[in-house]
Write a protein that binds this ligand. Structure first.
Ligand SMILES: NC(=O)c1ccc[n+]([C@@H]2O[C@H](COP(=O)([O-])OP(=O)(O)OC[C@H]3O[C@@H](n4cnc5c(N)ncnc54)[C@H](O)[C@@H]3O)[C@@H](O)[C@H]2O)c1
Length: 274
């Protein structure tokens, strides 16, 4: 395609085998970019269209991330955009429902993937991004700003990602722009920690259960009546990656969460929920 917003750019998306990462990878492709995806799930990688470079690996491994960056540069010649995105959720497990041992193990797993995974992705990619004066577009969350988007571990991990975004924007300026998209609830296969036995739960199944029980909004969906599919959240990722349209933007987060900050998680009963 010609005339896309990311014509000629090269992007690497972590956790791009599923959910919002996959949707961003496909949207970047449609906008004219060449795209590589790192994911730990071989089956998800197999489902990516031809032309996307699929690299199997775990974001907790510096070697896997360096390999993904090297493979991207070998295939496409450079790297312009990094999307740190791979993550897991804690399925709202409150501190009052977990033992110290469970918390300790789940902390290591949630922070290992959600936070260390972002740090290591940036470490592996920054040299190539400096070379292209590229950018980073992180997946953040409503849980980067607000409570009740998960339990304490998930909320803290997503707040930590906001800290990383700001610090990396400072450290990598003026060569590399660092921004983020704080998405709200989306119908994805977002998993829970293996250490809590939640590795096979998916957020999509929780949505389906809630919808079947007659709840107007699936859990975590604030105020949009539509727009729960990951594809509906990709626009801000394109905008922030675009040199022409966001060349002066760094250290910024676009909330794409349906307005949680102004209206909370639920439409008020019989109230302002139009
Ligand atoms: N789904 C939501 O409602 C929601 C809301 C806000 C933010 N997010 C964030 O979006 C991001 C993507 O999640 P999603 O909802 O698309 O879930 P998803 O499970 O559909 O996609 C996540 C992908 O990351 C991969 N992954 C997980 N751990 C990995 C690891 N250690 N190494 C490599 N790959 C790994 C998975 O295999 C999967 O393909 C996460 O950071 C999540 O916190 C999701």
């Amino acid at each position: 395609m010609t005339g896309g917003w990311l014509e000629g750019e090269v992007a690497l998306v972590t956790g791009g085998g599923s959910g919002i990462g996959r949707a961003v990878a496909l949207r970047y492709l449609a906008e004219g970019a060449s795209v590589a995806v790192l994911d730990r799930d071989a089956e998800q990688l197999d489902g990516l269209p031809e032309g996307v470079l699929a690299v199997r690996g775990d974001v907790r491994s510096p070697d896997d991330l360096h390999h993904a960056v090297a493979a991207t540069v070998e295939r496409f010649g450079k790297l312009d955009v990094l999307v740190p995105n791979a993550g897991i959720w804690d399925y709202h497990r409150s501190v009052t429902r977990l033992t110290g041992k469970e918390l300790s193990e789940a902390f290591d797993e949630v922070f290992g993937i959600n936070v260390k995974g972002y740090v290591l992705a940036v470490e592996a990619a920054w040299r190539e991004l400096v070379a292209t004066r590229g950018s980073i577009v992180m997946t953040l969350s409503n849980a980067s700003f607000h409570t009740d988007g998960g339990g304490s571990l998930y909320t803290a991990s997503k707040h930590a990602c906001l800290g990383l975004l700001r610090q990396f924007a400072y450290e990598l300026a003026p060569r590399v722009r660092v921004n983020g998209v704080a998405t709200g609830g989306m119908r994805t296969r977002l998993r829970g920690p293996e250490s809590l036995g939640l590795q096979d739960r998916t957020l999509a199944a929780s949505f389906a259960r809630n919808e079947a029980s007659g709840d107007r909004q699936p859990p975590l969906i604030p105020l949009y009546d539509s727009g729960v599919e990951p594809e509906d959240f990709t626009g801000p990722y394109v905008l922030l990656a675009s040199r022409a349209n966001s060349g002066t933007v760094t250290g910024a987060v676009i909330p794409a969460d349906g307005g949680i900050a102004v209206r909370g998680f639920r439409t008020p009963a019989g109230g302002a929920g139009l």
